[in-house]
Design a protein around this ligand. Sequence first.
Ligand SMILES: Nc1ncnc2c1ncn2[C@@H]1O[C@H](COP(=O)(O)OP(=O)(O)O)[C@@H](O)[C@H]1O
Ligand SMILES: [Mg+2]
Length: 276
Amino acid sequence: MSLAPYRQPIRRDRVFRLLQSEPDFSGTRDGVILYVDDVSVSFDGFKALDHLSLAVDEGELRCIIGPNGAGKTTMMDVITGKTRPDSGAVYFGRDIDLLSLDEYQIARGGIGRKFQKPTVFEALTVLENIELSLASDKGTWKTLFARVDTAQARRIDEVLVTIGMQDLRHRAAGALSHGQKQWLEIGMLLMQNPRVLLVDEPVAGMTGNETERTAELLVSLAGDHTVIVVEHDMAFVRSIARRVTVLHQGTVLAEGSMNQIQADPRVVEVYLGEEE
Ligand SMILES: Nc1ncnc2c1ncn2[C@@H]1O[C@H](COP(=O)(O)OP(=O)(O)O)[C@@H](O)[C@H]1O
Ligand SMILES: [Mg+2]
């Protein structure tokens, strides 16, 4: 056997690129999976985020509430790499600096985001939509026309059961109710096995029954995943709340259990007072 390949000089630039392209997204730092540290974002001089700091534990279900314009969506934009902050830091897992990564790397690294409006493909079936979400794994749409392997098929079944849509797999997404479309999209995110799920206003426009089922779904996902939910519907927040963070003017106004939040006069003044 020739040892020739081993005698070649190590291409340090290539090794470095390889190391850089595979950041280690595993682990946590003392149980904290996501750490937003003193982040500020300005839009034309207006401070959308103003020295925002926030730590979320692995497996937590965290609710983020706050009046319109408080910076909730901007915070998600920063975490997912869509918006670059003017200052501050954001860490994920043991030591990943999210600000050094682009949106694609962050999504691939395990932070899934569910936008408010469902973006399922209406002409495709539930199953095809789920299969399509495998496509980004391989970076190709060919997945849709290829056979899924056994492990993938098992995962698809698992996810369909999780979102309660196993009997709807052959239904066109366009024929689903608004709530079902939202669950399908959560299912598509789950196919990527995200460690953190960011969910922006999941129950807006849902019926009461759909809202209840969404609460059950998000609660069931916590533990295996870290779930961060932004929501205006206070009855819904109350039904799922563990730790709640109140944002106001781009920074954390209060944090604690629902009871603690509701008893905080500052929170009542800026938010809960007008809500109820
Ligand atoms: N791209 C942008 N350009 C200018 N202003 C923005 C932009 N995104 C958000 N803002 C402003 O930043 C503030 C916070 O917005 P946002 O994060 O959407 O709040 P929330 O989601 O809590 O309602 C708002 O005043 C909003 O108008
Ligand atoms: Mg918003």
